[in-house]
Design a binder for this molecule. Structure first.
Ligand code: ADP
Ligand code: ASP
Ligand code: MG
Length: 466
């Protein structure tokens, strides 16, 4: 089989883990598979890079660039020594060169006091620039021929949207041309999370973007399957850090997985399913720390089992915006004006609901977009389209996901009854057009409890007869 294997940050969090990953790859190669590896930065490194990049421009005094570089050097060197002891000199100098470039760009940004989206993307791509040579060396140490490629070298061409770039169609042929010829003789290790524009400017694909890198490459080279190796046994009925009795979902459709990731399940990047779905390539989610567990397979099938709800997610860092006023009743174009004004300010709307009286439109947006949203709406307000805008940051959104909800009456009723009985007040509700998702908004303080109540209501902790 031709397989893409993507390893997340925790899976390559230290040298011992890198060795474990190299063994997983070696075993799969011995079984006769052609492999392409996509790797994330070592756990926490991207956060640290974002932190220093911000500090470099925000602080009054010079931030600790040198100690930062030294701590990265130490961590990566140590990992290299454990994962590929015979390659420390050769690969160590590659790491040193990269750390020198990183130091230079951080100093340049500090001296200019300006962090452009372009330089930020370049800086935050260094996590993967440092981890990939080590994993590639770990493979060579095990006798597997391997090269590390950055996203651009692998042919991932993107839109110029820094921090949230999308692969463009011409990537496909480019990736095929760059990656397929390597497969006969080696295992390429591609740095996840990054690509470049047609003009060669480095871009990143959004947080957790290595999942997306893996599916972009998988779709381009016609992989038989894409395996996302992470630190949990698969896609679960809820975030296991939140819900102790969450359970692995053995199979889930692309549509369901998309809804889950879009509504906060961190296990997959929201855009990562799209390339796989387009080419109908199954995506498996597996645990590096428990590799014999079958994990979750994400594919076309929308298996409707007796349990219509598959999983529940919680999204934090959102804000509720209410636009009200009798002026809106029966007046065509109000919604259009509101949404256009928000779009002009790049506000991402995650949920919408409009009362049947039409005197109210409620929106859920990312909390970081609230200022922009309020600015945009105060402009629209001047034209008298509505009476007032109110907002609330103290909220979370919950999504109840399952393809079986389409056409199954009574699901919404069960949600409201379960929450109502436990005195959880629902502030807003919306049903996605796919009908695979009912989402609702509650106060932050009620969030976790509400997820647990719904998890219990739909018996998600019990094993499924598949
Ligand atoms: P990686 O570094 O491997 O990409 P992430 O941290 O991005 O890993 O994603 C895996 C984490 O996602 C898990 O450790 C888990 O805490 C979290 N998570 C949230 N929701 C879910 C869910 N529904 N199923 C599985 N994991 C989830
Ligand atoms: N390293 C990047 C991040 O932390 C991408 C990824 O891990 O998928 O967001
Ligand atoms: Mg991830």
């Amino acid at each position: 089989m031709r397989l893409i294997m993507k390893f997340g940050g925790t899976s390559v969090g230290d040298g011992e883990r890198m060795r474990r990953v190299a063994e997983i790859i070696a075993t799969s190669q011995r079984e006769g598979n052609d492999l392409v590896v996509v790797v994330s930065a070592m756990a926490g490194v991207t956060d640290q890079l974002i932190g220093i990049a911000t500090e470099v421009t925000n602080g009054v005094r010079k931030p600790p660039i040198d100690p930062f570089i030294e701590s990265l050097r130490e961590r990566h060197r140590l990992a290299l020594e454990v994962a590929a002891p015979d390659l420390v000199t050769e690969v160590g100098s590659v790491l040193d060169e990269r750390l020198e470039s990183l130091k230079n760009i951080l100093n340049a940004v500090f001296n200019l006091s300006e962090l452009t989206p372009r330089s930020k993307d370049y800086i935050i791509s260094f996590g993967e620039r440092l981890s990939a040579p080590i994993l590639s060396a770990a493979l060579r140490h095990q006798g597997i021929s391997s090269d590390a490629l950055d996203g651009c070298e692998a042919g991932i061409i993107t839109t110029p949207n820094h921090g949230d770039a999308l692969a463009i169609p011409s990537s496909e042929a480019r990736i095929r041309g760059r990656v397929i010829p390597l497969l006969a003789s080696k295992v390429p290790v591609i740095m996840g999370f990054m690509g470049c524009t047609e003009r060669g400017v480095v871009t990143t694909l959004g947080r957790s973007g290595s999942d997306y890198s893996a599916t972009i490459v998988g779709a381009a080279i016609g992989a038989d399957e894409i395996w996302i190796w992470t630190d949990v046994d698969g896609v679960m009925t809820s975030d296991p850090r939140l819900i102790k009795d969450a359970r692995v979902v053995p199979s889930i459709s692309y549509l369901e997985a998309m809804e889950l990731s879009y509504f906060g399940a961190k296990v997959l990047h929201p855009r990562s399913l799209e390339p796989a779905m387009r080419k109908n390539i199954p995506v498996r989610v597996k645990n590096t720390f428990n590799p014999t567990h079958p994990g979750t397979v994400v594919y076309q099938d929308e298996r409707v089992d007796t349990r219509v709800v598959k999983a529940i997610t919680l999204i934090e860092k959102v804000a509720l915006v209410n636009v009200t006023g009798v002026q809106m009743i029966g007046r065509p174009g109000v919604a259009k004006t509101i949404f256009a004004a928000l779009a002009d300010k790049d506000v991402n709307i995650m949920m919408i609901s409009q009362g049947s009286s039409e005197a109210n439109i409620s929106l859920i947006i990312e909390e970081s977009h609230l200022e922009n949203a309020l600015d945009a709406l105060s402009e629209v307000h001047k034209s008298g389209y509505f009476r007032e805008v109110t907002s609330d940051r103290d909220v979370v959104a919950i999504a109840v996901v399952g393809a079986g909800m389409a056409g199954t009456p009574g699901i919404a009723g069960r949600i409201f009854t379960a929450l109502g009985t436990s005195c959880v007040n629902i502030m807003m509700i919306s049903q996605g057009s796919s009908e695979a998702n009912i989402s609702l908004v509650v106060k932050t303080a009620d969030g976790k409890r509400a997820v647990q109540i719904l998890h219990d209501e739909f018996n998600l902790a019990e094993a499924l007869n598949e």
